[in-house]
Design a protein around this ligand. Structure first.
Ligand code: CP
Length: 290
């Protein structure tokens, strides 16, 4: 299938190429596809991914068809395949999909237009990882040897799972940390204290209360005290270390209000970079490379 479903399907060199292309677009390189139109199809709520994909399409001169799932025939039981097949029949040139089901795209074999995965259940979030990597590369100019801790609700996070795989591939030392109840052993465990003192990147994760089958064993206040990124913990980070978070953020739970926009935070830069990385992915697809 064309487009981008997971990062596993991309060679490491291709990932670096996409990041460099996104940086070129950020510096002002212009490219346009005025005859194209693409649809966004979001079955789960989203602010950043949905609207940064739309910004990316607008910046590339592509017309946006924002499919309102709540008003579509999905409500009458139409399958995902039939919805996408319909968009293809209408002449849409690509579909951006977020869906609550892991690997939903396996239902779409036979679809010929490009599909861009904007997040599948607890599976993958490839463009989020690419924008995270772009932000890291912009900061440090390399990946090899950087030490990153991903902290928090690991087991419910498609961002953590995608990032662990690709960061290892890029030669980074990647660790996971936070409450033991969220440890799914997808990477080496590190204590939060050690992560704070030794890592170049502290990537905090939102506690995804909506995905929890059982109630979290701590209150939000207890979580913040034990695993929240507070101003005191930030003061113990390495001089050039940075804070990342895919957002949305739970201020006062995994991150203190005043830390979210502190000098070390790159959270809003990640969002800005999301537009350029999505432009790069769409442009590279329309040029026949993805
Ligand atoms: N980071 C991210 O995927 O945010 P949204 O859920 O708002 O798209």
């Amino acid at each position: 299938m064309r487009g981008l479903l997971t990062l596993k399907e991309l060679q490491t060199e291709k990932i670096v190429e996409l990041i460099k292309y996104a940086l070129k677009l950020k510096k002002g390189f212009k490219i346009s596809y005025p005859d194209k139109k693409m649809a966004t199809l979001f079955f789960e709520n989203s602010t950043r991914t949905h609207y940064s994909f739309e910004c990316a399409l607008v910046n590339l001169g592509i017309k946006v068809i924002d499919v309102n799932v709540r008003e579509s025939s999905v409500q009458k039981g139409e399958t995902l395949y039939d919805t996408v097949r319909t968009l293809e029949a209408l002449g849409i040139d690509g579909v951006i999909i977020r869906h609550q089901q892991d690997e939903y795209y396996k239902q779409l074999s036979g679809i010929k237009i490009p599909i861009f995965n904007a997040g599948d259940g607890k599976g993958s979030h490839p463009t989020q990882s690419l924008l995270d990597l772009m932000t890291i590369y912009e900061e440090f100019g390399k990946f090899e040897g950087l030490k990153c801790a991903i902290v928090g609700d690991i087991s419910h996070s498609r961002v953590a799972h995608t990032n662990v795989e690709i960061m290892k591939r890029l030669g980074m030392d990647v660790y996971i940390s936070g409450p033991e109840e969220f440890n799914d052993h997808c990477a080496t465990w590190i204590s939060f204290d050690e992560a704070i003192k030794t890592c170049d990147i502290i990537m905090m994760l939102r506690v995804q209360f909506e995905r929890h089958e059982a109630k979290m064993q701590m209150t939000k206040e207890e979580y913040h005290e034990k695993y929240g990124l507070t101003a005191k913990r930030v003061s113990e980070m390495k001089e050039n270390a940075i804070i990342m978070h895919p957002a949305p953020i739970n201020r006062g739970v995994e991150i203190a209000d005043e830390v979210a926009e502190c000098e070390k935070s790159r959270i809003y830069k990640q969002m800005t970079n999301g537009v350029y990385i999505r432009m790069a992915v769409i442009s590279d697809t329309l040029d026949g490379n993805l």
